[in-house]
Each structure stands twice: as C-alpha cells, then as structure tokens.
Ligand binder design. Structure first.
Ligand code: ADE
Length: 226
C-alpha cells in the first residue's frame, strides 16, 4: 500500500514514520510512504504557495497551481483509489473508515493544508474524500495525515507481529478495550484481578467482555446505541 502526502512542511512528517510500527511496516515492504514538498511545485522565485483570499478576510489561502502541478504529476505516474484532504470540516475519522481504506485502497494521496485552507477548486476538482480527526482545529494537516496513515497501516495484515492484536484494539468490535495488567501481581497493595491469574481461558474471556461493556457504557454510551 502506497501513500503520497503533499505538504509545505515535510519536516513535520520525518519523525512519525521513522519509528516503531510504521517504520517496521515500511521495512517489511508492507507500505511505502512518500512525502512531497509543495514548494517544489511553485513557479515563482520565492517558492510561495499561498495568496490573499478573494473577497477579503483574514488568513492566506493555499493556491491551486502548485497543488495541481504536484497532483497531476502523481496522477501521471499511477492511479489513486482516494485523494484525501485533511480538514476539520471533513467526515470524522473512525475505526471503520481506517479499516475500509486499509482493505480497499492500494494508492492513497493525502493533501495537508496550512494557513486558512486550500483553494476550494482543488477540493472540487481532485479531492475524493475529506477527513477530520476531530472537532478541534490544528495548525496544519500534517499531524492529521500522520494519524490517518498510522490508523490505516496498523490494520494491514502482517504489520503487527501478533496477528490478533489489531483486531482486539478498542473500537474493532464496537467496544472499548478491557483493562490490561502485567507484573508485578501486587503493586503496593494494588492487585491484579484474580481471574487473570486463574489460567481459566473461558472465564478470562468472559471477564474481559464484561469489562469492555462496563467501560463502554460508562465512557462511550453512544457506541452502544449504534
Ligand atoms: N487540519 C486542521 N485541523 C484539522 C482536523 N481537526 N482534522 C483534520 N485536518 C485538520
């Protein structure tokens, strides 16, 4: 699975993809992540990519020409299943969207905006999906893009060493995850629940499911209503 991310701040994406699970997924050849500097597609000598908004108002707008040049070049090289714009007014990211993109898409292009946003015509002409990571506004689309890539890549089969562990993540079965414990059994009087030490698999499974329901009811009753 291949990602192409277009941004004015490629440095912001150096670290998220260079460690841990995302790095291993790339090393195993399960994903490729390419970051493109939008300024390389600016045709003016200052390499600027933004301008004042028509009609007035505060903030700068990312212009259509550099984005179009970069997107067109990528489209000449391969087909994309989705061209995604990260924006607070998009559809809110959830596990189902991540799973669907992970199993259905081979090539995904992601546009990370800055300043006030991107010229609406880029959205109209090229973008196939608009995704928000939550109801708050960040300074740019780079961190949201990294979050989207992480959510998609961790559910590609073979990315996590324990095949079942992505499936047991919170949200995969519509429920939050059960509490987890490791050694020591007793930390200053705070003990691990007996059932987890019992070795009785059926009882443990039942306990975990009860805990999942309890947690979901307390913290996210909206998930149960769905
Ligand atoms: N860009 C700025 N804020 C964002 C958000 N909440 N989701 C996606 N992209 C964004």
């Amino acid at each position: 699975m291949r990602f192409d991310i277009i941004t004015v701040l490629p440095q912001l994406l150096d670290s998220p993809f260079a460690h841990s699970i995302l790095q291993r997924a790339q090393n195993k050849g399960l994903t490729e992540i390419h970051v493109h500097n939008l300024r390389d597609y600016s045709d003016n000598k200052h390499k600027s990519v933004d301008d004042y908004p028509y009609g007035g108002g505060s903030g700068m707008v990312m212009q259509i020409a550099p984005f179009a040049a970069c997107i067109d070049k990528l489209l000449e090289e391969r087909e994309y299943d989705e061209i995604i714009y990260m924006t607070p007014d998009g559809e809110t990211l959830n596990q189902e969207i991540a799973n669907q993109l992970s199993s259905n898409a081979k090539n995904i292009m992601i546009l990370a905006g800055h300043y006030k946003g991107i010229d609406q015509r880029i959205r109209d002409i090229y973008v196939t999906k608009e995704i928000s990571i939550g109801d708050y506004v960040l300074s740019g689309g780079e961190l949201p893009a990294a979050i989207l890539v992480d959510a998609i890549v961790r559910v590609i089969p073979g990315v996590l060493s324990d095949e079942t562990s992505a499936l047991s993540d919170s949200f995969q079965d519509g429920l939050l995850d059960a509490p987890i414990y490791s050694r020591p059994v007793d930390w200053k009087g705070h003990k691990v629940p007996e059932v987890l030490l019992s070795g009785h698999e059926a009882k443990i499974t039942e306990w975990r499911h009860e805990q999942q329901l309890k947690r979901t009811k307390e913290r996210r009753p909206d998930l149960l209503n769905d």
